[in-house]
Design a binder for this molecule. Structure first.
Ligand code: PEP
Ligand code: MN
Length: 275
């Protein structure tokens, strides 16, 4: 690849040009991807997915491969989880968003996923980003805990430069000195990212808040600043969840979130911000 260009390719992408499931996410018609942190069983995934579909959300999220801090925690069902996601897709018609943890499983993930998630721990993994550029699916790229916006955009550039302009950026909270939340949700990043690129910008309030009570207000705030979508964790039996139960909202709360995010995004479309 040649030396760094004057202007990154991601900065030349026009608003509205990234399509997911046939449409371009926008703050006035946001992409809402909802579901459990992890696929735990076929029964759990289908049960929750039916509620997600009924809420009017666009897609179902759920990890088959989980990047856990501890090697002793549940790591996901792997290939079996992907088969369950394929069934969810067939039965509900929801778009599927699921994470590719490594190059070894990327192709298998891309066969099932409508959106391939690259997690925050992998934002700094150039070989995985390059492969995601060749996977043929839209890529949801989560900001690393300690990444600047330049670093996030350069990670997106890896995907785009390898042939895939369909990247969705996701702010999911960063590490700061604050100890009142799991991470600090940087909503200002939504404004700055939308100023620099036409890529859709999503917000994940779940991993930022770390507690369910704060997820809905933060999702509303994200919509109010013009986020093009929300990635949110939902569980109907959070006390039984194998991963991230304390931050999972209920299906009833998801109904509320979908209505509120649509109303706030549509009521005051902000368009592009000045750079
Ligand atoms: C997730 O979305 O389930 C996840 C693991 O997120 P992050 O990579 O932002 O921690
Ligand atoms: Mn999670």
């Amino acid at each position: 690849m040649s030396a760094r260009p004057e202007r990154l390719r991601v900065e030349g992408i026009a608003p509205g040009s990234v399509r997911v499931g046939g449409r371009a996410p926008a703050s006035s018609d946001p992409l809402i991807l909802a579901g459990p942190c992890a696929i735990e069983s076929e029964e759990q995934a289908l049960r929750i997915a039916r509620r997600v579909a009924a809420s009017g959300a666009t897609g179902f999220r759920g990890g088959a491969f989980k990047p856990r801090t501890s090697p002793y925690d549940f790591q996901g069902l792997g290939e079996e989880g992907l088969a369950i996601l394929a069934r969810v897709r067939r039965e509900t018609g929801l778009l599927i968003c699921t994470e590719a943890l490594d190059g070894e499983h990327l192709d298998a993930v891309a066969r099932v996923a409508d959106v391939v998630q690259i997690g925050s721990r992998n934002m700094d993994n150039p070989s995985l980003l390059a492969r995601a550029g060749r996977c043929g699916r839209p890529v949801l790229l989560k900001r690393g805990f300690a990444a600047t916006l330049d670093e996030l955009l350069l990670a997106a550039e890896y995907v785009v430069a390898n042939g895939n302009p369909r990247v969705l950026l996701c702010e999911r909270g960063i590490r700061t000195f604050c100890d009142h939340s799991r991470a600090t949700l940087d909503l200002h990043a939504v404004l700055r990212l939308r100023a620099r690129t036409g890529l859709p910008v999503l917000v994940d309030p779940s991993h930022a808040a770390g507690l369910r009570a704060d997820v809905l207000p933060l999702a509303r705030a994200a919509a109010a600043v013009g986020a093009d979508g929300v990635l949110v964790e939902v569980h109907d039996r959070p006390e039984e969840a194998l991963c991230d139960g304390p931050q999972a909202i209920s299906p009833d709360e998801l109904d509320q979130l979908v209505g509120d995010v649509r109303a706030l995004g549509g009521a005051r479309p902000l368009g592009r911000c000045a750079s």
